[in-house]
Design a protein around this ligand. Structure first.
Ligand code: XMP
Length: 514
């Protein structure tokens, strides 16, 4: 979507903070994109980027096999900021020298001394803490550069050529532990590149709506709405652009949390007056799932049935021109734009099979990170409970019921999960714990209630803290909250006589139980 007036390109050399760099740049209200390290200088020029940032990476700049940029990009007259490996690569490419460090490798918080007459460190403190993580260092800066920061073990913690606007920093300005990192980035973006901080969510929302109006014209759009934040924001942008030319299909597979289907319907039909078709497909899904206990099989059945229901409903609507999807920027990067690309291919990207028959796909959030999607959602007036909804897996509660799924089991789980969510909200845990839910374990055990013996289900509670959902810690929930949860679930939910709390991190466990 060509709606950005000014943008920065982040070249990915395989560093672990690539997406974080891009997010930080956007937090400075400058739009930026991530591209593979070997993008050509010609493409950079053609796109009109106002600045280039090289990320860190695991290689050594003096290693012939390491990733190298197109050396011609230094001739474009565009400012460049190299970070860690990026700084070393800049030094090596422009005639400086990089060496491996035998002793005194720097890792972690490090005191750095700055020359504040440097453009990059303008109005910064002369001494401050930065985050270092390197096993090589710049030994000699290239011709035209001067050293602008040092640390005890790093003679070139930063360098700059202020004629050509080239900057290199050995530390990571994007990491929170670098106390004034955002200031250094702003100096690069505003003072070196001349960006005007125009990337803001209100302008994104308005520009996107204008763009969609033009692109869609008087044609028709279809969207699969799940109630998750991405599809909700994507659909609402299209709705604001073309109103009732958009039809949303909400496939209610009956595996959502308690009352969730009704909430989604209320928000989109009543609050936003959207053209919404809610398909009550619970019976279809439950009959397909009956007697199936293998987790992968359950997931597959749900995925296939979902597509079938969606296709059947969309066929009833006659010809539809566009399909709207909630693909977001990390999906795009992980599917091939960046260096980490090859590792995994996301299911949202790549489109539908050819025979689906849409003229095109509309992905209004393709350029946004998750936190930006949330900001856009709030800007559009989507209620906070939807915008800040915790992640919920596509297969829904079916993968939180161990073994085969039935309506009775779903009812038990929904009630227990609703109590968990209520108590987390009441105790202020709903924003600090990133994901929390109940699981209906396949276990039945003996208990005693009143004077009678019981033989009933065990509910497990799962709550994790995580920033990326790739690794997670079990949340340290106060005992009194756990006690209340246990009491309420046993007293209020039929057929449950035991509650346990899952104290396993990921890895070795996963967040979901199936
Ligand atoms: P795991 O269980 O793999 O989950 O540690 C990591 C995160 O992914 C969510 N998850 C899914 N999300 N479709 C989704 O959209 C799925 O099939 C799916 N399975 C797991 C999970 O809730 C957690 O946030």
């Amino acid at each position: 979507m060509e709606i950005k007036n000014e943008s920065i390109v982040v070249l990915d050399f395989g560093g672990q903070y690539t997406q974080l760099i891009a997010r930080r740049v956007r937090e400075c209200n400058v739009y930026c994109e991530i591209k593979p390290y070997n993008i050509s200088a010609a493409e950079i020029k053609e796109k009109g980027y106002m600045g280039i940032i090289f990320t860190g990476g695991p290689n050594s700049a003096y290693d012939d096999n390491g990733p190298k940029c197109d050396p011609d990009l230094f001739k474009l007259g565009i400012p460049v900021l190299g970070i860690c490996y990026g700084a070393q690569l800049m030094a090596e490419t422009l005639g400086g020298k990089v060496i491996g460090i035998q002793d005194n490798r720097e890792y972690g918080k490090t005191e750095v001394e700055f020359n504040t007459s440097s453009l990059l460190f303008h109005s910064a403190k002369e001494n401050n803490v930065c985050w270092m993580s390197h096993t090589d260092r710049i030994e000699e800066v290239p011709h035209g550069f001067k050293i602008t920061a040092i640390s005890k073990d790093c003679p070139v913690a930063a360098m700059e050529d202020n004629k050509r606007n080239f900057f290199g920093v050995q530390f990571h300005p994007e990491v929170q532990h670098t106390v004034e990192g955002t200031l250094y980035l702003k100096n690069f973006l505003y003072n070196a590149c001349g960006c005007n901080a125009e990337w803001k969510m209100d302008s994104f929302v308005n520009d996107t709506i204008d763009y969609l109006k033009e692109k869609i014209g008087n044609k028709k759009v279809l969207c699969a709405l799940s109630g998750g934040v991405d599809s909700s924001v994507a659909a609402l942008l299209v709705h604001k652009a073309v109103g009732k030319q958009l039809t949303c299909i909400f496939v209610d597979h009956g595996l959502l949390r308690k009352d969730e289907g009704d909430q989604v319907e209320t928000v989109f039909r009543q609050q936003f007056d959207m053209n919404l078709i809610r398909v009550d497909a619970k019976d279809r899904f439950l009959s397909k799932l009956a007697g199936v206990s293998d987790p992968e099989r359950k997931r597959k059945i749900i995925g296939e049935e979902f597509i079938r229901v969606f296709e059947e409903e969309s066929q009833k609507l006659g010809k539809i021109d566009f399909l709207c999807q909630g693909t977001i920027y990390p999906d795009v990067v992980e599917s091939g734009a960046g260096q980490s690309a090859v590792i995994k291919s996301h299911h949202n990207v790549g489109g539908l099979p050819d025979d689906v028959g849409f003229e095109g796909i509309i992905e209004p959030l393709r350029d946004l990170f998750k936190d930006e999607v949330r900001k856009a959602g709030l800007e559009l007036g989507i209620p906070e409970f939807l915008v800040f909804r915790q992640p919920f897996p596509g297969p829904g509660l079916a993968i939180r019921i161990m073994g085969d799924v039935s309506e009775d089991k779903l009812d038990i789980l929904k009630d227990a999960d609703a109590i968990l969510r209520e108590e987390f909200a009441a105790n202020g845990l709903d924003r600090s714990v990133n994901q929390y839910f109940a699981v209906l374990t396949g276990i039945k055990s003996v208990g005693v209630m009143g004077d009678g013996r019981t033989y009933d289900y065990t509910i497990a509670l799962r709550a994790v803290t995580t920033s990326d959902f790739m690794t997670a810690d079990w949340a340290k929930i106060p005992f009194d909250v756990l006690e209340k949860l246990s009491n309420r679930i046993i007293n209020e939910v039929k057929n449950v006589n035991r509650v346990v709390y899952d104290i396993t991190s990921k890895p070795p466990a996963t967040i979901e139980w199936e």
